[in-house]
Design a protein around this ligand. Structure first.
Ligand code: HEC
Length: 126
C-alpha cells in the first residue's frame, strides 16, 4: 500500500472516531423509554412514598406540597448535578440517585415528571 493511502485512511479513521465522542446538542430531542409514572413507581416511591408525602427515615421531603413549576426547577437542578441557585437546596442524595437511575435507563423529563407529581399528589395547603 502507498504511504499516502495509509495517511488518508488514518485521517478518515480519526475523523470517524472523533465524531462519536461529541456530546449531543443541547436542543437535541431525547426519548424517554419510561413514563414518569413508571419511573416514580420503580424508584422515587422508595424514598418519597406512594402518596408523595415523603419518608422521614429516608430524609426524603414531601413532594405533595409543591406545584409543577417549583418541582420542575428542583428536578432540573437534581438532574444537572446538585447545588443550585434557584431553590437553594443541595441535592447530594438525589444527585447520587440520578446516576443509578440513568444506569437503569430510568431517565425522565423534568417537566413531565413535575406535572405527574403535581397531578397525582398535590394537596392544597389548608
Ligand atoms: C434514595 C432516596 C431517594 C430517591 C430514590 C429519590 N429521592 Fe428525591 N429526595 C431524596 C432526598 C433525601 C431529598 C432531599 C435532599 C436532596 O435534595 O438531595 C430529595 C429531594 C427531592 C426533591 C426536591 C425537594 C425539595 O424540597 O427541594 C424532588 C423534587 C425530588 N426529590 C424528586 C424525586 C424524584 C422525581 C425521584 C425519582 C426519580 C426521587 N426524588 C427519588 C431522596 C430520594
Amino acid at each position: 500500500m502507498k504511504k499516502t493511502n495509509i495517511i488518508l485512511i488514518s485521517v478518515a479513521a480519526l475523523l470517524t472516531f472523533s465524531g462519536c465522542t461529541q456530546t449531543p446538542n443541547a436542543g437535541e430531542k431525547v426519548t424517554y423509554s419510561k413514563s414518569p409514572k413508571e419511573v416514580y413507581d420503580s424508584s422515587c416511591v422508595k424514598c418519597h412514598g406512594a402518596d408523595g408525602a415523603g419518608i422521614t427515615e429516608k430524609k426524603a421531603p414531601a413532594l405533595n406540597d409543591r406545584q409543577a413549576a417549583e418541582l420542575e426547577l428542583d428536578l432540573y437542578d437534581v438532574k444537572n448535578g446538585g447545588t443550585n441557585q434557584s431553590s437553594g437546596t443541595e441535592h447530594d442524595v438525589m444527585e447520587h440517585n440520578m446516576k443509578k437511575l440513568l444506569d437503569k435507563g430510568y431517565n425522565y423529563d423534568p417537566k413531565a415528571m413535575a406535572e405527574f407529581i403535581e397531578k397525582s399528589f398535590y394537596k392544597k395547603p389548608e
